[in-house]
Design a protein around this ligand. Structure first.
Ligand SMILES: [Zn+2]
Length: 109
């Protein structure tokens, strides 16, 4: 721990920061946390949580199958609304079920 980091960590603790129970992901050092910002007292790195969240969102938007399923579900629900024939309603419902199952599978990936 450098003198500068020691001072900064002490300052943060005095200003209401708390010690994190999880060690630093880079060096396993002790981290202090204040206002969502975690600072490692050993290597001085402060990983930003925000970056991770945006990356996850981008991955979700890039899944073309998810978009196709969304559209399919919309079409199917409109068909179901218009359909008066009981047998056809049943088959539309089966298709909706399959689409929903598929969506669940994508979510778990
Ligand atoms: Zn560290």
């Amino acid at each position: 721990m450098t003198e500068e980091l020691r001072k900064k960590a002490a300052e943060m603790l005095l200003n209401g920061a708390t010690l994190l129970s999880e060690p630093c992901p880079y060096c396993k050092g002790v981290r202090v946390m204040k206002e969502g910002q975690a600072l490692c007292t050993k290597c001085g790195r402060a990983p930003e949580k925000r970056k991770i969240v945006t990356e996850e969102k981008e991955v979700k938007n890039k899944n073309p199958l998810k978009n196709t399923l969304d559209k399919k579900l919309e079409i199917l629900s409109k068909e179901l609304e218009r359909e008066t024939d009981h047998d056809k309603q049943q088959s539309i419902l089966k298709s909706i079920n399959l689409v929903l199952e598929m969506m669940e599978k994508i979510k778990k990936q």
